[in-house]
Design a protein around this ligand. Structure first.
Ligand SMILES: Cc1ncc(COP(=O)(O)O)c(C=O)c1O
Length: 396
């Protein structure tokens, strides 16, 4: 199978704010912004700083309302349940604090759950994290649901399910797992840090109690744009981490004002959604990212003599792919970050390296600026670093 042809006539690379000279295969970590989105945000920022009272008290409220309405349509979530937060981390923290989790409570998370979320849950429960054994490679979505169904029998206080896993880049059957949680009587928070923009999302249909998401990763909004959606039964008791004037005035009011802060990332969300829609189309961008990730995973796995975390042939892949690294990787480098930084320093290639299920993985994630040459360069860079782990290059 060859790489998918680029649907962008004349290339799309210049539209993004990427520095020249990089093979950038890691928007999965912190996203990447369109230049026009950055410019729009900058204009709002200047307006805010030019007359903060006028902006925050008289201009921002209607822009905020517009941002919630646009996001509601984009992610398929009813607007009354949407509260903006800075990022998925803050959305998860809002649920943990609203539930008042404390020592003695337990939180069930997948084996591949994001480390920061695991750490936060372990902190509030003082070691109450329980894990669902889901190993990678994984061949069937139903294997993941079955593992969750079995683990739920221990009746944790809360379940947190990644919609798309970070390190292994697996699109998980969040809806089926949420259903299993409901059947077990366990409240469920879906951690959708990667899902908005990457997959076609219908939050209302997932059937979770809470859904936390990022808009800076795959929607291309500025850093600082995330949301927490809450199902109707929990809206009276779920609040943001920062409690302010309107905390007692309902869910939306409590999220609307969380103290003085830079609200421009939230207000830029309609622009970010509209830019991709008008330039390329969301379904088209998603389809191309998925085709690239599926092809790149198969290519890299063949070249490295390993496998992809998604062993279904691509049914659980969207815009990212994780490829197992040969065992020599972990013996040649002090830790995974040393390997990541060596590839960046020597080859100016940015990929993510993760350690999960007892091995190291190279995750490549794709945006509209990427080309098949980026994948060839990344695989060649990895092969070169593994062959000569001691070669030195200046840090980048
Ligand atoms: C599954 C998952 N949850 C949570 C996060 C945290 O996201 P943020 O740092 O934007 O809060 C990430 C970040 O990559 C993630 O992949």
């Amino acid at each position: 199978m060859g790489p998918p042809p680029s649907p962008w006539k004349g290339g799309a690379g210049d539209a993004w704010s990427l520095a020249e000279g990089w093979v950038f295969l890691n928007p999965g970590s912190f996203g990447l912004r369109l230049r026009s989105v950055q410019a729009h945000r900058q204009k709002l920022l200047e307006q805010m700083e030019a007359q903060p009272v006028a902006f925050l008290e008289r201009v921002a409220p209607s822009l905020h309302e517009d941002a919630v309405a646009t996001l509601s349509g984009f992610i398929g979530a009813d607007a009354a349940g949407i509260g903006f937060v800075s990022n998925a981390t803050e959305g998860v923290a809002a649920v943990l604090s609203s539930l008042g989790l404390s020592p003695g409570d337990t939180v069930l998370l997948g084996d591949q759950a994001y480390g920061a979320v695991v750490a936060a849950c372990n902190w509030v429960t003082r070691g109450g994290v329980r894990r669902v054994p889901v190993s990678a490679p994984v061949a069937r979505a139903s294997d993941i649901t079955d593992a969750w169904t079995a683990a739920l029998r221990d009746r944790p206080t809360l379940a947190i399910v990644d919609h798309v896993t970070s390190g292994t880049a697996i699109v998980q059957p969040a809806r089926d797992i949420a259903q299993a949680c409901r059947a077990a009587g366990v409240p469920v928070l879906v951690d959708g840090a990667h899902a908005p923009g990457m997959i076609e999302l219908e939050v209302d249909e997932v059937g979770a109690d809470w859904y936390a998401g990022n808009l800076h990763k795959w929607v291309g909004a500025p850093s600082g744009a995330g949301f927490l959606w809450t199902a109707p039964p929990h809206r009276d008791t779920t609040r943001p981490v920062a409690l302010s004037h309107d905390v007692a005035d309902g869910y939306q009011a409590a999220f609307r004002w969380q103290g003085t802060r830079d609200v421009t990332p939230w207000l830029t969300v309609p622009h970010a959604i509209g830019e991709v829609r008008d330039r390329w189309g969301w379904p088209e961008l998603r389809a191309w990212q998925r085709a690239m990730a599926t092809w790149a995973g198969a290519y890299a796995a063949a070249e490295l003599g390993t496998c992809t975390a998604d062993a279904s042939g691509g049914a659980m892949t969207a815009a990212m792919t994780s490829v197992a690294l040969p065992d020599s990787a972990s013996s040649a480098f002090e830790d995974r970050f040393a390997l990541r930084d060596a590839i960046a320093a020597r080859h100016r290639v940015e990929v993510a390296i993760d350690e999960l299920c007892g091995r190291w993985w190279m995750r490549m994630s794709f945006g509209g600026w990427n080309t098949p040459e980026d994948v060839y360069a990344a695989v060649a860079a990895m092969q070169s670093c593994l062959a000569r782990p001691d070669a030195v290059a200046a840090p980048v």
